[in-house]
Design a protein around this ligand. Sequence first.
Ligand code: NAD
Ligand code: UDP
Length: 323
Amino acid sequence: MAMRILVTGGAGFLGSHLCDRLVAQGHDVLCLDNLFTSQKSNIVHLLDHHNFEFIRHDVIDPYKAEVDQIYNFACPAAPGHYQYNPIKTIKTSVMGAMNMLGLAKRVGARVLHASTSEVYGDPEVHPQTEDYRGCVNPIGIRACYDEGKRAAETLMFDYHRQHSVDVRVVRIFNTYGPRMHPYDGRVVSNFIRQAVQGEPITIYGDGSQTRSFCYCDDLLDAMMAMMNGPDDFHGPVNIGNPGEFTIRELGELVVDIAGGGSELVEARPLPADDPLQRKPDISLARRQLGWEPKISLREGLERTIAWFKSADMSQYRPPTPNY
Ligand code: NAD
Ligand code: UDP
């Protein structure tokens, strides 16, 4: 059945892929975004569809619409950009969540919140399970994002308990793919942009820190399964690819696939509070959603590098100087 679906952050990397899928399924899609870390080119192909609408709006201000489902994705996701204006970042997470929950309560919509593995901070439990409460520095430079996302999770479950709002919380682990902003500053987009342009690959620290990388298509399968899944399953649920790689291994793989022979250089010290390890335990997602990722890191990087090679990078404006 066709539904009215609001996607906040809908012009971003993940949001725009989600809008593609929802429009293709025939839903009436409202894409709300302030274009802070994205640009209209991600959704330009959707603008002429009768069942797609773009709304330029900031989620820290209330928004009203008659909708059945809300995917709350609006928030800068790359450390450099979310640290540029940290007060705005925490407002976006917390006030954005409140505004979407207020809307969900008024119109009886189901709301799915894009939370993050950053709620675990620099984890002492490895791999991370959903019942681990995390190790976040509440006054550090990542706190605007980490604590903002933690408070948003709190709001989700308080609105659920107090007002019976139907919430879904997904903790996303590092996800990559086509349409990542080339000046996003995250490791995958930086390494690919650098490799494609024949520049040195900038490793922070000695490159022994680890991450687990999920291809966007796999992630979106899980997000939609969660939104439309069992009535009594609200999460939080980890979604990510449990394959674990050092940042140096990622750099070597990107250069191997992209060609061009870029060198790996230790460009700067590890940033403050940068997690040393990260890997999701996805047993709960397997059990509750019947989901697991299908796309290997090599295959996902091949697709992403092909997109970066075809993109006109001169058309992208860096959202902030921090990339
Ligand atoms: P992105 O930066 O491409 O998308 C975020 C979108 O939100 C952008 O289009 C941006 O313009 C918009 N936005 C930012 N602040 C806003 C505001 N105040 N009002 C309205 N729109 C605003 O990043 P993404 O990777 O697509 O991330 C989407 C969501 O998933 C974010 O909430 C992010 O925290 C979460 N997430 C992503 C990852 C990942 O690895 N990609 C990991 C964990 C969590
Ligand atoms: N990183 C790096 N070089 C870069 C960008 C990032 O070595 O050009 C490192 C960063 O310090 C971190 C890891 O790669 O250890 C992942 O960083 P990213 O910003 O993608 O996301 P995070 O998981 O830290 O939020």
